[in-house]
Design a protein around this ligand. Sequence first.
Ligand code: THU
Length: 137
Amino acid sequence: MENFDVDVYGLVSEAGKAREFSYSPYSHFAVGAAIVSKDGKVYRGANIENSSFPLCMCAERNAIYQAYLDGKSKDDLLALAVVADGEGPCSPCGACRQVLSELFPGDAPIYMANMKGDIEQTTIAELLPYAFDGSDL
Ligand code: THU
C-alpha cells in the first residue's frame, strides 16, 4: 500500500486562494476548493454563478473537473479541501457529493473548512452512503 502524506493546512490554504477567484455576485457566498493528486499537483476550483441560477457551478465540481481535464482519474487523487466563510466548516452540496462519489476515491480525506480555521475531516463514502452509481443502471 502506497503511503502519501497530505499537508492539510497547505491544501486548505490552496482552497482559500482558489476562493479569491469565486464569481458569486448573487449569493455573495464565495467557496474555494483544492484537490491534490499523488504526483503533488494541486487543482483549484471556485464557485462560478450565473443570473440563470441553476447554471451556478460549485467550487468542488470545478476542482475535480480540472483534475480530470489534466488527465487524472480517481486513483490518482489524494485529498480535497473546501473552504467558505461560514459559521462552521463548508459541507459539499448534494450535487457535488454525487459527482465526487463517482470521480473521487471513496476513502480519501475531504477537509471541510471555514475562514476561522475550523477544519473537519470526512470522506465521500461518509458524506454519501448508498450512492447511486453505474451499477444501478
Ligand atoms: N457552493 C459551493 O460552491 N460549494 C458548496 O459546497 C456549497 C455551495 C456554492 C454554490 C453557490 O454559488 C453558493 O455556494 C451558494 O450556495
